[in-house]
Design a protein around this ligand. Structure first.
Ligand SMILES: [Zn+2]
Length: 207
């Protein structure tokens, strides 16, 4: 779409472009994990080794291995085709306690949230900590996730985003940061400029 792949690009350029798009997707997922982890006070990681071929998978490979069936909770290894149920690893800040939470893909998250739409965020977290974390990871806030599922959700999460999400300001586009902060991109941009932090450019990924 407008990238001109196959229209005047040499094979080498096409490969380089493909690598850079994959690298960018991987970087953005790392940042999503960091942002949602800052919200729940944890270091979140997707570190899965395929139970079939024992290859350590990249987080983006785990996420892209899900099928489009929202009730199928397995991902598929891109190397050997083995299906397995992936997890997120969470280490609470200031602790060595490791928790593992089942990882839902966006479609599964929206499907599963339907039965929780009458609950405020903290009760969703208590009822299903894994679903809560996947919702934040993919959609930034529960309100946004519910909106995506076309559910009216009357609760808003209260959070001091300027303090909590500070480490990621300027390391992702303001639009993405705003999703996790639960405010408008303009609000994020204004605050970022006030602090003299440069706007995110893709260059950040390759440095
Ligand atoms: Zn495998």
């Amino acid at each position: 779409m407008g990238l001109g792949i196959g229209h005047g690009l040499h094979l080498g350029q096409e490969i380089a472009l493909k690598i850079s798009i994959e690298q960018k997707r991987g970087y953005m997922l790392e940042m999503q994990l960091a942002l949602s982890g800052l919200k729940s006070g944890e270091k979140l990681e997707i570190t899965e080794r395929c139970p079939g071929c024992n290859v350590e998978l990249k987080p983006i490979e785990v996420l892209e291995g899900f099928s489009s069936d929202p009730t199928d909770l397995d991902t598929t290894c891109p190397h050997c085709g083995k299906k397995f149920r992936p997890k997120m690893r969470a280490v609470r800040f200031g602790s060595r306690n490791v928790e593992h939470y089942q990882l839902y893909c966006p479609a599964q998250t929206l499907h599963a949230l339907r039965s929780h739409c009458k609950l405020p965020p903290f009760e969703i977290e208590r009822a299903n900590a894994a679903l809560y974390r996947s919702a934040i990871l993919h959609f930034g806030t529960l309100k946004a996730a519910m909106k995506e599922a076309r559910i009216t959700y009357r609760f808003t999460e209260k959070m001091d985003w300027k303090v909590k999400l500070a480490p990621i300001l300027g390391r992702v586009p303001d639009v993405m940061f705003a999703k996790y902060a639960g405010v408008s991109p303009a609000t994020v941009g204004k605050y970022r400029r006030m602090l003299g932090i440069r706007r995110f450019t893709s260059q950040e990924i390759y440095e």
